[in-house]
Ligand binder design. Structure first.
Ligand code: PHE
Length: 448
């Protein structure tokens, strides 16, 4: 590992950073609401199977490409390529992922900004600043711009410090906080009226729905978004892992944490919705489905917190801090993609590259904030529904068809000497070659 580019100092550091990237608004907000609208536990079941059978192999492909290349996404891909055509292909996939990460960050930071302003609101109310508290949740243009900038500022602050002092240190601080907060909130919500009904709704599978195409598509899309695939992020994080580490188990551990936290988030959100219903808040939309999306987070849950009286202020604070932390450990990984590229390919100092790229993405965010009605949806769809699956699929094609199997084996053997005789090595190569690209392609085609 090159001293100048840095790397994770420990296994725990990598796990926290990669799990930090994976665990985000997608887990705590997206997963529970998708579960609610897709047959409860049937969705959880399908998600679990797909996360391990399709997302994990694709995730391993990205980690391996990165650790082999020991460089940003483009250089790592190109190191594998053997001729000009393959190098061009490597550039398109690597750079495409970097652009995708930047685009996701541009809208993610807006939503994360909302989470932060909702986290500060209860504090303002506790302090008696009612006017300020009302302003914090009024969704005005100026509030949106200020909080997007604040969130981006935090992301830039961490990434400027580099891998060990920035990404690793902050992930190690924030992820345990996130898990602790999540568990505390679950325990509290469980003591409230209505929680049991939500618990049943969450965990009673409607098995008949398991093979519904829509459910399968949503579950796979969710698994890919959640593992941050197709954005160059896991390639660059892979490049910071030491050669002595066992990638197969590290990847599995991160997948397990990601899936578990999504599951836990469901245990919080769905029962919380039924508690809100017990208090008279409407939780079903007109068509009979559970309210999801921004109405859930910014209407249903705040109504629940208000109904709790003073305690609700603390619960609201805890909940939105949880959301903000989840978003921050993800957003730093998104910024690291483009930053590592510019630092390594254009020989730019990290601080300078981070500030410029961060500010550039902020300008795009502000443009989105100004044209919120159409642009937020447009950029989100473009990056997550088109960009991510296409790039993730191309990464599998790259690992499966261009990278020599013997070279992959010698890379993966480092830190895992006996991998050649393991179940992983019996399945993964052909899986990445045939099954993953086909399945991703099918799902992508269906979602169009
Ligand atoms: N995985 C993150 C989440 O679930 C989002 C993310 C996507 C992070 C792409 C990095 C890259 O919220």
């Amino acid at each position: 590992m090159g001293v100048s580019r840095g790397g994770f100092s420990s296994r725990f550091g990598f796990i926290m950073a990669a799990a930090g990237s994976a665990v985000g608004l997608g887990n705590i907000w997206g997963f529970p609401t998708q579960t609610a609208s897709n047959g409860g536990a049937a969705f959880v079941l399908v998600y679990l199977v797909l996360a391990f059978s399709l997302a994990y192999p694709a995730f391993m492909a990205e980690l391996l490409i990165g650790r082999y290349g020991q460089a940003n996404a483009v250089s790592s891909m190109q190191k594998i390529a053997r001729n000009t055509w393959q190098k061009r292909f490597g550039f398109v996939v690597g750079f495409g992922g970097i652009i995708c990460a930047a685009l996701i960050l541009s809208f993610y930071s807006i939503i994360a900004g909302w989470m932060m302003s909702y986290a500060i609101e209860p504090l303002a109310r506790l302090g008696g600043f009612t006017g300020a508290a009302d302003w914090l949740i009024n969704h005005s243009l100026i509030r949106n711009i200020l909080f997007t900038a604040l969130f981006m500022g935090l992301t830039i602050f961490i990434i400027r410090r580099g891998v060990e002092e920035g990404i690793e240190k902050w992930s190690k601080r924030l992820m345990p906080m996130l898990i602790g907060l999540l568990i505390l909130l679950i325990i509290y919500v469980f003591t409230l009226d209505g929680a049991r009904e939500g618990f049943n709704a969450y965990l009673n599978p409607d098995i008949s729905r398991v093979f519904e195409p829509d459910l399968l598509i949503s579950a796979l899309g969710q698994a890919f978004f959640s593992l941050s695939l197709g954005t160059s992020v896991m390639i660059i994080y892979g490049s910071y892992i030491a050669k002595k580490e066992n990638l197969v188990t590290l990847g599995a551990q991160v997948t397990l944490i990601d899936v578990s936290i999504a599951f836990l988030a469901g245990l919080l959100i769905i029962p919380a919705m039924y508690v809100a219903q017990a208090q008279g808040v409407a939780i079903f939309a007109e068509d009979g489905s559970l309210i999801s999306g921004s109405n859930l987070v910014f209407t249903v849950l705040p109504a629940l917190f208000t109904g709790m009286g003073d305690v609700g202020l603390f619960v609201a604070f805890g909940f939105f801090v949880l959301m903000s932390i989840a978003a921050l450990t993800s957003s730093i990984s998104m910024l690291e993609g483009p930053v590592s590229y510019v630092v390594e390919r254009h020989d730019t100092p990290r601080e300078k590259a981070t500030t410029f790229i961060g500010l550039g993405i902020l300008v795009l965010s502000i443009l989105i904030v100004i044209n919120l009605e159409w642009m937020l949806d447009f950029v989100a769809t473009l990056s997550t529904q088109y960009g991510q699956p296409i790039i993730a699929m191309l990464c599998c094609v790259f690992a499966g068809w261009i990278w020599h199997r013997s070279d992959i084996l010698s890379e993966i053997k480092q830190g895992n000497e006996h991998v050649e005789h393991s179940l992983f090595w019996k399945i993964w190569p052909w899986y990445t070659k045939f099954v993953c690209p086909t399945a991703i392609g099918l799902v992508f085609w269906h979602s169009l």
